[in-house]
Each structure stands twice: as C-alpha cells, then as structure tokens.
Design a protein around this ligand. Structure first.
Ligand SMILES: Cc1cc2nc3c(=O)[nH]c(=O)nc-3n(C[C@H](O)[C@H](O)[C@H](O)COP(=O)(O)OP(=O)(O)OC[C@H]3O[C@@H](n4cnc5c(N)ncnc54)[C@H](O)[C@@H]3O)c2cc1C
Length: 306
C-alpha cells in the first residue's frame, strides 16, 4: 500500500488505532499468520462507512475480522487493510420488554462478555454462546453454535452494511441462517450490530448451565494451546472428530501443526506452526479420512491471504 493510502486510513480511525505490517500471529487464536499491510480498529459506524468508501475509491483490498478465532492467515499475510472489530466497537445495551430481554451488541462485542451481561440481566437461552471465543459479528456471520444452540435461535435482527456502503436491517429470516453460514457470509456483508431477544429466567439456573458447559469445554477441548476451534464442518450424519480418530490421525503432525490428542476435531499449533503446516496437515487429514470412510471433510476455518 502507498504512504498516501495508509495516511487516508489513519485519518479515519486515528493513529493509535492503526498498525502497519501487523503480524497476524498476534491477532489470531491460532497464533499463525504473516503481516497485514495495515490493521485498523474503527470505533464507530461512521468510521466503518468512511473506510468502505476509501477502499472503494482507491481500489484497496480489505477484510473484516473479529477476534480471529476462526481464521487461518497465510504466512505471507495480507496485502491490504484488515479491519478488526473488537472492544473498540463492542458496546452492549440491554432493555427489558415484558418478560423478554432485548440485547443490542455492536459487532465487536465478545461472546463471553455478552453472555455475562445477559446473565446479570437474567436473560436465558444464550448459555451455549458464552464459551465461543469470538465476537458477535463473527458469530452471526457463521451462525456459530454449540451444545444444541445456534445464533439463529437468539438473533432477532442485525444491522449490516453492504460493500458499497448501504446499511440494511435484516430480520432473522432475511439473515437466512444455515449450518455455519448465513446471508452475511454468502453476500459479503459486514455486521455492524445485532439484536438478541431472550426469555427471562432464573439467574441461578442460567449460571449453572453456563458453568456446566464451561466445564464440558475444559474437559473435552484443548483450550490451553492455540487453535481455531473445530477445523472442519460436521459432515451430514457424521462427526468430523470421530472420522479423524477412526482414520488413526490423533496426534498426527506436520511441522508444528498437530491433530489434538484431546479432541481430534481440533488442529492445534503445538509451537512454531506455519500456515503452510496447517494447510498440509488439513489436506492430508481430508485425504486419509476420505480413504478410510468415503466422507469428504470441508474446512470450517476461514482462510485469508492464500
Ligand atoms: C477454542 C475454540 C473453541 C471454539 N468453539 C466454537 C463453538 O463451540 N462453536 C462455534 O461455532 N465456533 C467455535 N469456535 C470458532 C470461532 O470462535 C467462531 O467461529 C466465532 O464465531 C468466530 O468469531 P470471531 O469474531 O473470532 O471471527 P474471526 O475469526 O475474526 O472471523 C471469522 C469469519 O467471520 C467474519 N467476520 C468477523 N466479524 C465479522 C463482522 N462483523 N461482519 C461480517 N463478517 C465478520 C470474518 O470475515 C471471517 O470470515 C471456537 C474457536 C476456538 C479457538
């Protein structure tokens, strides 16, 4: 990117919210990825709209991310601007209507913090989401889900922006949620904020359910090592982890990337893994699982910069 283009982005988000040559290994839970030319963190909707206009008018490549918990960035990084929507754009507002809790969260709100705010206000039904280590923006886009719950069950509407800068309010049905996809992923939209509608419940019961799911995660998932969560989508009628285990791949490694011993559905970075290691490993997993079971695995993790 040219100095003038970088200056233009800096004028929109402010110097302290922009990084050049930003190592993406510091912005992803996989701890993998080369530098992005520019990484910026807008603090409001107006800045996001100005950024999109600047990208359009100057033909700058861009990518929106949240907490980087479902991302594999290439070792070469990204030539363009990565827009990170996290705590600077993560306000949460709560209102009670009758026996419902209405929660509006900006895209960068972390799922855990959102879950804790909902708990404080006795909202029930979001317990499944509290342990997902992403933002609400990323979760709505992917229709993230766990333990029988999905974002589609709780999101009533979302405010999104099109790449050409039009703001649309999409209802739950217009969001067209499917398994780990939505209208947002299909159409390249950007989530600005989302509204959740929840029933009111008993705080103790809600907390007990969160504690139960947190304990389950700790027991089953390798949370102490870098990863991007479940590497593959669940193939219809199967579990990716079981297929990988049955193919004898638990603990199988290429370079620093390894199939977790604790949960075969997770590829982990056991130290110094490159994106090339992860790609080589996931390709080999796909090949061997197909050979062993005839089932084709598909990546759930999103790739950037390849
Ligand atoms: C230990 C661990 C456990 C996990 N458990 C689960 C689980 O139980 N269930 C589950 O579904 N996932 C799980 N994940 C994966 C991940 O947390 C989710 O997919 C999460 O929704 C990603 O959110 P993010 O903000 O980190 O998105 P990122 O990783 O930053 O981005 C992922 C994708 O979302 C897009 N995106 C991000 N923000 C926006 C936005 N505002 N508008 C439009 N698009 C956007 C990006 O462009 C990218 O394509 C887990 C991950 C880890 C590391």
């Amino acid at each position: 990117m040219t100095e003038a283009e970088i200056k233009l982005i800096e004028e929109i988000v402010g110097e302290s919210h922009l990084q050049t040559d930003a190592p993406m290994s510091e912005h992803t839970t996989f701890k993998i990825g080369g530098p992005a030319d520019v990484l910026c963190m807008p603090q409001n909707k107006e800045q996001i709209l100005k950024l999109l206009k600047a990208f359009r008018e100057n033909d700058i490549d861009y990518f929106f991310m949240g907490n980087g918990s479902n991302l594999l960035v290439s070792d070469e990084g990204f030539r363009g601007v990565i827009v990170k929507l996290l705590d600077d754009f993560g306000k949460v507002n709560v209102a009670q209507h009758g026996n419902h809790l209405i929660v509006n969260a900006q895209a960068g709100a972390r799922m855990w913090r959102l879950g804790m705010t909902i708990l404080e206000n006795n909202g029930a039904g979001f317990e499944f989401g509290t342990g997902i280590p992403g933002t609400i923006g990323g979760a709505v886009m992917m229709n993230a889900g766990a333990y029988g719950g999905e974002m589609k069950d709780v999101v009533s509407e979302a405010s999104v922006v099109t790449p050409d800068g039009r703001i649309l309010e999409l209802s739950n049905s217009a969001l067209d949620f499917g398994y780990r996809r939505s209208a947002i992923s299909d159409k390249g939209l950007i989530v600005l904020d989302a509204t959740l509608e929840l029933e009111l419940g008993e705080k103790d019961e809600i907390k007990a359910r969160i504690d139960e799911l947190t304990a389950k995660r700790k027991l089953k998932q390798p949370l102490d090592v870098p990863s991007a969560g479940s590497t593959f989508k669940r193939p219809p009628g199967y579990y990716a982890a079981a297929l990988i285990e049955e193919a004898g791949l638990k603990g199988f490694a290429i370079g620093g990337a390894c199939v977790s011993e604790k949960h075969a559905g997770f590829v982990i970075n056991q130290g110094g893994a490159t994106a090339a290691d992860v790609v080589a490993l996931t390709d080999e997993i796909k090949r061997r699982v197909f050979e062993n079971s005839g089932v084709k695995l598909e990546l759930e993790v999103r790739k950037l910069g390849f």
